[in-house]
Design a protein around this ligand. Structure first.
Ligand code: GLU
Length: 526
């Protein structure tokens, strides 16, 4: 059994109790700016946010940027903009600051340096001088069959470190400036047990853990060290994060123990993965392109390849719909309710209703949510989306007319760009006519009777749906043709295809003059 000493006094002091915030729920979202935020990351942020709001706690953003090799320009900004679009507001972050600023780890390196020193002094960590070539060599020499080389209990004494080298050699190497990293000394033959709020009891034997690097030769900590120190200093009460971090949790727990912080250790909740739509493996950033749906909240242009990845925002999803969809991807309210406002999510949310198994991503369901949310918006609000799109297409229409068009087409709008797609026909006569449709519906005498019908329409008063209906009935009855034989050609002439809302609705919306103009123009062009 490892004997732990109380080392808290030797550590940089925490704030005295009197100026500490009241103890309570404090959660953090801690992304690394190594690329755009995947929807799984947004879901992690969302669950943290809901948990914080539900318990009147604090929601903190911490940027974990200590891995300089994986730094991607623009990623931090992207993460912040994405969460803002989603409506997830932080109480403490790199812009607002807060009682534990700075919130960007690269600005906290002196803190980590002090703490890693404590681990060295207490013998819970050691210096390792192995070069990349030596590590590679050890990997080749010491891997056995399926058993990969692990820098740890079985191998550490065969490597070049302050455990295997003499004290003199270690000081010589340190003094002459040899590069070294600091590794955690995983204790032998112990069992680490902790309770995960989602997975229940997690039990790991320390001999399966490796002596992970805590501090790199570039003077910056690794994720593990910085993450634990900051969670402690920032008084994080619950660590809610992706399942991919579950294997690291036992090592984090050991760090809390080594520092003497076990009694104020946060509780852990590791979230299930988001899976590909077919359930076969983790949803990856390439799946979106392959299967035709966005994986990122906002569009992302990869700075290396210039590849553009779709974003929910640009593809025309409403942030409320995106959030609602994500909330139910791995959490269930225990009722049939599917549509939740953010406030409703806050009051319904609880960690114990998070599923243990992975959640299959369902693209049609994402569109379904968006459709539902669009249907809840008043016409005037949809106008604010449509108007700029019309203007960008050189269309400057009377707002009242635009709103009437919206009322007619809105039911079929799933994504915001459908507003423009479905309404263009009300602002512009077709320039082309679908040839396949034409082949199917256009016959010898069609032009003739359509012209006759147009002549009758020109005399029709009033020009409304009812009288149009009556006219169509009389006309098709007397000519002994089916309704479709008239309506389909009318639609082709007026719309250019077989798409769109009811033909009478279109005719009335366009007005008699425009309707007739399109019929004559179409007959000529066709
Ligand atoms: N920086 C880690 C990440 O990018 C955070 C993991 C954690 O929340 O502990 O996912």
């Amino acid at each position: 059994m490892l004997i732990l000493q109380d080392i808290t006094l030797t550590l940089p002091a925490r704030k005295p109790a009197s100026i500490m915030e009241p103890a309570g729920i404090r959660v953090r979202f801690a992304p690394s700016p190594t690329g755009p935020l995947h929807l799984g990351g947004v879901r992690t942020a969302l669950y943290n946010y809901l948990f914080a709001r539900k318990h009147n706690g604090a929601f903190i953003l911490r940027i974990e940027d200590t891995d300089q090799n994986r730094f991607v320009p623009g990623a931090e900004d992207y993460i912040i903009k994405s969460l803002k679009w989603c409506g997830l507001e932080f109480d403490e972050d790199i812009i607002k600051g807060g009682p534990h600023a700075p919130y960007r780890q690269s600005e906290r390196s002196s803190i980590y340096r002090e703490y890693v020193q404590v681990l060295l002094e207490k013998g819970h960590a050691y210096k390792a001088f192995d070069t990349a070539a030596e590590l590679e060599d050890a990997r080749n020499r010491l891997s056995r069959g399926h058993e990969q080389f692990q820098y740890g209990v079985k191998t550490r004494l065969q490597m070049k470190n302050s455990l295997s080298l003499s004290a003199d050699e270690v000081s010589t190497r340190t003094e002459r400036g040899d590069r070294y990293v600091i590794r955690i000394l995983i204790p032998e033959n112990q069992t680490v047990i902790f309770h995960d709020l989602i997975r229940g009891e997690v039990k790991v034997h320390t001999d399966t853990l490796d002596d992970k690097v805590l501090f790199k030769s570039d003077g910056l900590p690794t994720y593990h060290l910085a993450n634990v120190i900051d969670d402690y200093l920032m008084k994080i009460s619950h660590v809610i994060r992706g399942e991919e971090w579950l294997p690291s949790a036992p090592m984090h727990l050991l760090l809390y123990r080594f520092f003497g912080w076990e009694s104020s250790m946060p509780q852990f909740a590791h979230l299930p993965l988001i899976l590909k739509p077919d359930g076969n493996g983790k949803l990856s950033k390439r799946d979106g392109d392959r299967l035709g749906f966005p994986v990122f909240p906002l569009e992302w242009k990869d700075p290396d390849s210039d590849d553009i990845f779709h974003g929910y925002k640009e593809d025309g999803y409403l942030p409320e719909a995106f959030i609602n969809m994500l909330a139910l991807l791995g959490w269930n309210p225990g009722t049939e309710q599917e549509i939740f406002s953010m406030n409703e999510l806050v009051s319904a949310f609880s960690l114990d209703r998070i599923n243990k198994s992975g959640a299959k991503f369902d693209p049609p369901k994402a569109r379904w949510f968006n459709h539902k949310y669009i249907q809840q918006k008043p016409d005037a609000e949809l106008y604010n989306y449509l108007q700029p799109a019309l203007a960008a297409n050189g269309i400057n229409a009377d707002p009242e007319y635009v709103i009437r068009v919206i009322a007619l087409i809105r039911e079929r709008v799933e994504l915001l760009p459908d507003l423009l797609k479905n309404s263009l026909l009300f602002f512009r006569a077709p320039e082309t006519y679908d040839q396949q449709v034409k082949q199917k519906i256009w016959q010898e005498g069609t032009a003739l009777y359509v012209e006759e019908f147009a002549t009758m329409v020109s005399r029709l008063e009033p020009f409304d749906k009812e009288s149009l209906h009556r006219l169509v009935e009389e006309f098709t009855g007397s000519r002994k043709i089916k309704t479709g034989q008239l309506m389909n050609p009318l639609r082709l002439l007026v719309v250019g295809s077989n798409q769109g809302p009811g033909m009478m609705d279109i005719a009335v919306m366009l007005g008699k003059e425009e309707f007739l103009r399109r019929l004559y123009l179409g007959i000529k062009k066709i």
